[in-house]
Design a protein around this ligand. Structure first.
Ligand SMILES: NC(=O)c1ccc[n+]([C@@H]2O[C@H](COP(=O)([O-])OP(=O)(O)OC[C@H]3O[C@@H](n4cnc5c(N)ncnc54)[C@H](OP(=O)(O)O)[C@@H]3O)[C@@H](O)[C@H]2O)c1
Length: 257
């Protein structure tokens, strides 16, 4: 990836970020706004969304939108309303970043609580799938839009004891793969999967409590990669899975067997 995010390179782009209240989502919101994007900040913690809104405004970046939304609740009507509001207020959606997720437990499979399993799948898999379906028409209206699924190393190679988190990310990469194939000849949407890799956030700290946070990269380091995928006329290949250093390969498709 040879890409340098230029000043105002995302000017006029309307980008929705789920899980904008902390970690990677929060850093993306600030970083993409700094590059000129109008960010739509989705989260369930309204106070945290307002603090982020104020920070973006105080920096004189484009005024963001706040989308209070709890992804753990199935709510097709609210998704419909969200689509309406974006369409009426912004007239377009150029980027949708699925970033919000929860970790769940890391225990042997036979001890994994099915209630936790369902919660993790709801937030990490069903919510982004439903939101993609609801907002696809808006992304399709733009001749140059990006749909990004934030996954994990375990979304490509599920790992022992990572339970629903690994399975939900694996399923999400499956949807990204089939959608990328479906949209290939009918739409200009760039579908990408990003594996952010080890990043200094509260999720990372929960997963690796004995790790010194200073030994892993800060979330700001991911802004360039996401900006590359979201830039107008980006030369990023469609239907690829990206690592944080920009290395990428095509999403794997099954043979017709
Ligand atoms: N950090 C890493 O090392 C790493 C590695 C690989 C992949 N990832 C992926 O990167 C993405 C971001 O993770 P992160 O490390 O930044 O984690 P994080 O700091 O825990 O942030 C997760 C975000 O998702 C939000 N969220 C969770 N459940 C939600 C719900 N029901 N409704 C709305 N928002 C909800 C959280 O909101 P609250 O603040 O309200 O909880 C928070 O804003 C995730 O998809 C994760 O799987 C991270």
């Amino acid at each position: 990836m040879h890409f340098k995010a230029e000043h105002n390179s995302l000017a006029g782009r309307v980008i929705l970020i789920t899980g904008a209240t902390s970690g990677i989502g929060r850093s993306l919101a600030l970083g993409l706004a700094q590059l000129g994007a109008t960010t739509l900040l989705l989260g369930r913690d309204v106070a945290a969304l307002e603090t982020l809104f104020d920070e973006i405004k105080a920096n004189h970046y484009p005024e963001p939108g706040i989308v209070p939304f709890d992804l753990s609740h199935e709510d097709p009507e609210r998704l419909d309303a969200l689509k309406q509001v974006i369409s009426e207020r912004y007239g377009a959606l150029h980027g949708l970043i699925h970033n919000a997720a929860i970790l769940g437990d890391r225990v042997p499979f036979e001890h994994y609580k099915m209630t936790t399993w369902a919660q993790v799948f709801r937030t990490n898999f069903e919510a982004p799938v439903a939101m993609t379906q609801a907002l696809l028409p808006l992304l399709q209206q733009s001749s140059d839009s990006a749909l990004i699924f934030t996954s994990s190393s375990v979304g490509h190679s599920p790992r022992a004891y990572w339970g629903a988190y690994a399975a939900s990310k694996y399923a999400l990469e499956g949807v990204a793969t089939l959608l990328s194939e479906e949209l290939e000849n009918t739409s200009d949407i760039r579908v990408s999967v990003v594996n952010p890799g080890a990043t200094r956030t509260k999720m990372r700290q929960a997963a690796f409590p004995s790790e010194d946070p200073e030994t892993v990269k800060p979330p700001e380091d991911l802004v360039t990669l996401y900006a590359y995928l979201l830039s107008p006329n980006s030369n990023a290949p469609r239907g690829h899975r990206f690592q944080s250093d920009g290395h990428h390969h095509p999403l794997e498709r099954r043979a017709n067997d």
